[in-house]
Structures are given as structure tokens and as C-alpha cells.
Write a new protein. Structure first.
Length: 277
């Protein structure tokens, strides 16, 4: 497995999250007899942004559309959750509402969770196929600016590391809430509040470069040709690493490519699912 952050849980199946699936906003629509499809939105998004997909697939599929913790109608968790904890929570959703292998349609961070599950021994049996729009999870190439910000952040944290407890914990908490610290973070980090900042850090530091080679289900990938969040290099890596993967380019589309070129996205997805739905 690639670089995945500090939690040991990243290397194994997480225990069922104390944040239960009953706390998630969840909409179930479509054909009750159709093949099941789970929709997973991206960071800073919600199930509402995936609703057009649910509506388009509803005539033939049973669609479960969830708000992940801290998004949409789902409250934030009490403690920071990483990818393994999100995967355990998604499993609970599948066990509760579906009970059979599912196709996951995921966008961005929802795609990261889907890639993790499809490549993990504890969850692989739950996944039938994946249709992912600009999924995160492959380590990006970092710019010089990233390393400058990282060095500055390490320098800011250094004095607090030397302080005894509880001064160390109070110092780190003050630093995380300072204007300077927020300026060093990404726009997604700056827009998050409270525990969701720690959730964000745990999610984005989970890289799956090696793990995705274990995926053995069909994977259909999409990327907008104007996407500045996920690179063509990252998508081509997934195509090479996953034995049964293909890539569709969405024209004049950005990171939310399924919205910008919905006709192409939904036509290709329906074709991909036609043996199921």
C-alpha cells in the first residue's frame, strides 16, 4: 500500500465506526427490482449534487444516495474519520439498505473511498463495479509552493513539540485556529471548520497508488479535460494499474465533469451498467 497517513488503521479494515449509518442523510429511489447503485459525492459536496445521476438511473436501478459525515444533512463526527472509517460506514450502509454487491458511482473523494473499498480484502466482495469521476487517491505531483507551505507549517509547529503537556495540546489547538495556519492550508481546508479540518487532512493524506493494483472489478473512469484538481497523469496511472479500467474524457468540463458534460457521462454510465440494470 502507498503512503496513507499516520493511522495504523489505514493498513487494515477499520472497526465499525461509532458514527453509525443511521446518522447519515440517505435517499433511496428508483426501481426496487433493479440492480443496486450507491452514489458517493466528493469533499465539500453533498448528495444533492449527485441527485441528477440518481434521477437518470432510477428507471432501471435501485439508487442509494448518501450524505457523507459533515456534508449535506449528515452531522460531522465527534472524532476525525479517515478513509478506513468512511469505508466501514459505507459497508454499514450497504448492509442496511442493499445486502448484495453494488456498483459505486463516486466523485472525487467519494471515488477515493470507492477505490479503497474495491481494493481492500475486507470490502472487495461488496463491490460489483465502479464508475468514478475524477477520483482522488493517487498521489499528486507537488509544486514548489506546496513544499514552501509545508516547511513553514513544520517550522510553526516545532516550538510546540518541545512544550510539555497540556501546553503542547493547547498550543497545537491555538495554531490550528490561527489565521496564519489557515492561510497555509488549501481552500478546502480553509473552508472546513472544527473536526472536519482533521477529517480533511486524514482523507487527503490517504494515497492508494499501490493498493489500486488489487482491484479486480470493471472500472469506468471519467475526467473533465479542464479539471485542475485531478491530473491526466493521475487518471492514466489508474488505467495502467487496474486490470479492467477505461477512461472517458468529458469535453469542456472541469472537476465536476459529470455536471459539465452530463449527457456524455450518463450515456457512458448507462452503457457500463446495462448488464446489471
Amino acid at each position: 500500500m502507498g503512503s496513507t497517513g499516520s493511522s495504523k488503521a489505514q493498513n487494515g479494515a477499520a472497526a465499525p465506526a461509532p458514527y453509525g449509518a443511521d446518522r447519515l442523510g440517505c435517499a433511496i429511489t428508483g426501481n426496487a427490482e433493479g440492480a443496486p447503485v450507491l452514489l458517493l459525492h466528493g469533499w465539500g459536496s453533498s448528495a444533492a449534487h449527485m441527485a441528477p445521476i440518481a434521477e437518470a438511473l432510477a428507471p432501471d436501478c435501485r439508487v442509494v444516495n448518501v450524505d457523507l459525515p459533515g456534508h449535506g444533512h449528515s452531522p460531522p463526527p465527534e472524532e476525525a474519520m479517515g478513509v478506513p472509517e468512511h469505508a466501514a460506514l459505507v459497508k454499514e450502509v450497504l448492509d442496511t439498505h442493499i445486502g448484495q454487491p453494488v456498483t459505486i458511482v463516486g466523485h472525487s473523494n467519494g471515488g477515493r473511498i470507492a477505490l479503497y473499498m474495491a481494493s481492500h480484502p475486507a470490502y472487495k466482495r461488496l463491490i460489483r463495479r465502479l464508475a468514478l469521476v475524477s477520483p482522488s487517491g493517487v498521489a499528486p505531483r507537488r509544486s514548489l509552493g506546496y513544499y514552501v507551505r509545508r516547511t513553514a507549517a513544520q517550522a510553526l509547529k516545532a516550538p510546540f513539540r518541545l512544550a510539555p503537556e497540556p501546553l503542547r495540546a493547547h498550543g497545537f489547538d491555538w495554531l490550528r485556529h490561527s489565521l496564519l495556519w489557515r492561510m497555509l492550508g488549501s481552500s478546502d481546508y480553509r473552508s472546513a471548520t472544527g473536526v472536519m479540518r482533521r477529517v480533511f487532512v486524514r482523507m487527503v493524506t490517504c494515497h492508494l497508488d499501490e493498493q489500486v493494483q488489487e482491484i479486480d472489478v470493471p472500472v469506468l473512469l471519467f475526467r473533465g479535460d479542464r479539471d485542475t484538481a485531478i491530473s491526466q497523469r493521475q487518471m492514466e496511472y489508474l488505467v495502467r494499474a487496474i486490470p479492467d479500467a477505461g477512461l472517458v474524457t468529458l469535453r469542456n468540463a472541469g472537476h465536476y465533469g459529470y455536471m459539465d458534460d452530463f449527457a456524455t457521462f450518463i450515456a457512458a454510465t448507462r452503457r457500463f451498467l446495462e448488464t446489471d440494470c
